[in-house]
Structure formats: C-alpha cells, structure tokens
Design a protein around this ligand. Structure first.
Ligand SMILES: Nc1nc2c(ncn2[C@@H]2O[C@H](COP(=O)(O)OP(=O)(O)O)[C@@H](O)[C@H]2O)c(=O)[nH]1
Ligand SMILES: [Mg+2]
Length: 231
C-alpha cells in the first residue's frame, strides 16, 4: 500500500515544480514585453472556435494603427501562419511536435519565439494557443491578458463543463454569432453559466464573418495598447 502512495506524492511535486518553473519564465517574458510597451494577449479555445479568423480581421483592422505580431501555436504545420501572411504582422510559428506534441504552449516556447520578434515595432502581440479548452488554462505565458474564444456551435454549456478556462480568462469572445439561428444555442443558459463561474467576466459577442460585434473587440484591445512612442 505504501509503495503506491509514494509515487503519487512525487508526481504532485514534479507537476508543482513544472508549473513553478514555467511561472518564473512567464514573469520574465511579461517584464520584457511590458518594458517594450507591448500588450500581449493569449488566445485560447477548442480547435475551430475561430481564433485565426478573428486574428485575420483583427490584423486588418490594426494595420496602420498599431504594430502587430502573432505567435502561432500548433502541434504541427504552418496553416494558420500562412493565413495571416500579408496582413502587416510579424509572424512566428511554434510547432509543439518538436516538444513531444504538447497540447498547450509553455513560457519557454514564448521566450524563444519573442526573441525572433522586433519588439520595437510591436504594440499588440497575439499568441494563438494550441486548440484545447483544458491545458492552456494552466500555463502562464507572460501575457497581459488571457482571452477565451467559444463559438456558438460548441454549445451553451461549455463554461460549466470547462470552468477553469472561464475562471482564469480576462475576456470571453463568443464567436460565430451569425450561426445562432442555425443552432440550439441558448444565450440565456450561456450567460447564466458564465455568471455562476466568473461573475465579473466581460463577454464580447462577435462574428468575424459578418463583422457584427467586432468593434467591441477592437475597442477592448485599443483601450489596452500601452501609450508611448508610435509604432
Ligand atoms: N460562420 C462563421 N464561421 C466562422 C467564423 N469564424 C470562423 N469561422 C469558421 O470556422 C472554422 C474554424 O475557424 P478557425 O479560425 O480556423 O478556428 P481556430 O482553429 O480557432 O483558429 C473555419 O472554417 C472558419 O471559416 C464566424 O464568425 N462565423
Ligand atoms: Mg487557428
């Protein structure tokens, strides 16, 4: 019996160490980005919720208004980075298959990616996390804000089923609102779940395809861009 208990204790210690080490690097990333006057957003969602589509429109909107960069996290491939080319943003791809196919990004990966950016030209840095509503919520990256994206096609119950993600995020973007008439998504049930999990959480309801609600998202970002030299 005792031999079974010991490994469990060790396992917990290792996980705590891992998160502690990650937090230390995240704090260094945060300090570096803050010193350069960069507002960094960690975008998290399940696969297909619409993060890249949201970013496509966001980069178009801020082109000429503020310097942008995107760090794309995927298990493999450059599909999303390829979609974002030509929109004025500096782009860096992270493939977690090189790190054992992690289902989330970690702070050391962001440190390496940030080193490839010309931060002197960036005001808004977006990190598109690996598609997953679970693990990304546990790893700080050095971001100034965590944004969860949930699409109406995923169902109104997801905040209740994945509470950590909706507890730790600073903003929730409810995406693909143009599809509401074609689903059984209940805004009433969705808002009740959100209120119970995280009563102060702001929600932006938007469709990156129709453009409805996107101005609230752009304004939320614009208000957070650090003042300082124009870049
Ligand atoms: N109808 C509709 N489809 C969308 C919207 N946003 C994204 N999509 C579609 O949803 C699919 C997944 O989007 P994507 O941006 O790749 O999601 P990601 O995996 O979170 O980056 C694509 O086929 C998009 O065209 C939206 O606002 N409305
Ligand atoms: Mg994507």
């Amino acid at each position: 019996m005792t031999s079974k208990r010991t490994p469990r204790r060790r396992e917990i210690a290792v996980v705590t160490d891992l998160l502690g080490a990650n937090d230390e690097i995240a704090a260094q990333n945060a300090e570096l980005l803050r010193r350069h006057g960069v507002f960094t957003v960690n975008m998290m969602s399940s696969p297909g919720a619409g993060k890249t589509t949201l970013l496509e429109q966001t980069l178009k909107h801020f082109r000429g208004r503020a310097g942008t960069a995107v760090i794309e996290g995927d298990i493999c491939g450059t599909y999303d980075v390829d979609r974002l080319k030509g929109l004025g943003a500096q782009l860096v791809q992270i493939n977690t298959s090189r790190f054992g196919g992690e289902c989330h990004l970690e702070a050391n990966m962001i440190r390496n990616a940030v080193a490839k950016l010309d931060l002197g030209k960036v005001k808004l840095l977006f990190i598109e996390n690996v598609g997953n509503l679970v693990c990304p919520a546990e790893f700080n990256l050095g971001e100034a804000a965590k944004v969860a994206v949930l699409s109406v096609t995923e169902g109104d119950d997801k905040p209740a089923k994945y509470p950590l993600m909706f507890r730790i995020c600073d903003l929730l973007v409810l995406s693909k609102t143009d599809l509401i008439p074609h689903t059984n998504f209940s805004a009433k049930k969705f808002h009740a779940h959100v209120k119970r999990i995280n009563p102060r959480l702001g929600v932006v309801e938007a469709s990156a395809v129709s453009g409805e609600g996107m101005s609230a998202w752009y304004e939320w970002l614009a208000r957070r861009i650090p003042r300082g030299p124009r870049k």
